[in-house]
Design a protein around this ligand. Sequence first.
Ligand SMILES: Nc1ncnc2c1ncn2[C@@H]1O[C@H](COP(=O)(O)OP(=O)(O)OP(=O)(O)O)[C@@H](O)[C@H]1O
Ligand SMILES: [Mg+2]
Length: 341
Amino acid sequence: MSNVTVCARFRPLSSKEKRDHGDVICIRSIDAENFVFKDEKDEDFTFCFDRVFYPGSEQVDVYEFLAQPIVRDAVNAINGTIITYGQTGAGKTYSIEGPSILGCDEQKKEGLLPRVVGELFECLKSADEMIKYTVKLSMVEIYMEKVRDLFDLSKDNLHIKEGKVQGIFLSGVTEISILDPEEALRSLSSGIANRAVGETLMNMASSRSHCVYIFTVRQESTKDRRMKTGKLILVDLAGSEKVEKTGAEGRVLEEAKTINKSLSALGNVINALTGSTPGKVNHIPYRDSKLTRILQDALVSPPLLCPHQITIIFYQKPTVFSSYRVETHELHYFVVAHQAL
Ligand SMILES: Nc1ncnc2c1ncn2[C@@H]1O[C@H](COP(=O)(O)OP(=O)(O)OP(=O)(O)O)[C@@H](O)[C@H]1O
Ligand SMILES: [Mg+2]
């Protein structure tokens, strides 16, 4: 069975979108895996994913389908990665964080992070008593092609290294030991406060960096001292954007160019993986960006070091008014990934 799951999520229309363009949306549901995308010329394109989350979907639906199994795997020493990809303002950060990490006013709006943390500690409560677990958390952002430690801002250019046993790792990254969900949420909230966020015409709080959350679950058997590790990685990518639409200039323009370049590098890696002929080793350009290098172990197909589950969620605004050519192109690209990886 493939270790790769590819889903699509559409957020509800915002009140501004409704005011400006009415209730028209560019997608029509067929079922939980297929939808029709209508372009500006009223032409229909049908797409198929492992799961489609329509505008009425709840955060819990996304969590249960794609994150819960990965959390349970991490407790059983199986690595897993969740990557959010898509246009700026399409809802990636909302899915990962919810409206706020601490003190979200409605439980149903809670994002993946608080749910992951809750489930992780629930799993550990009911785990084998002969095993001692420790959970560590690291948080970095890739900003302007530099890896910054969000728990220690003095570490603003971490090096990505590769070891025979541990695979890809961030040399010297801060790892916070977390003992309970409340402590984990406080740490996440302080890391998020350090992340680069800026206002653009497309999104009031646009992520200007790719953010990588790494939960490491170590287990040690009290019988024979054997150690095992499961990593759970969540990646909130900065959105792809058309600079003329975001009104970018100066620093914001430089950020946008760097973001688009690293997203292209991710696309090239996925293309190289999906285009490879069985039995023939293709060159996969992992080293072309920090993002693809950090995600190298997750994106290797089939995984080499140990089992690794990966989920890519493609985010799309439900409006018909943005440039459909880019959207259908990107959608096609994820459909290929869905079929081939
Ligand atoms: N499922 C949802 N339900 C309600 N509101 C949502 C949903 N998804 C996103 N939003 C709202 O849409 C806006 C943009 O979302 P968000 O910041 O998550 O986009 P993004 O994809 O992370 O964009 P960027 O790439 O610029 O960081 C926010 O105001 C957010 O609250
Ligand atoms: Mg964001």
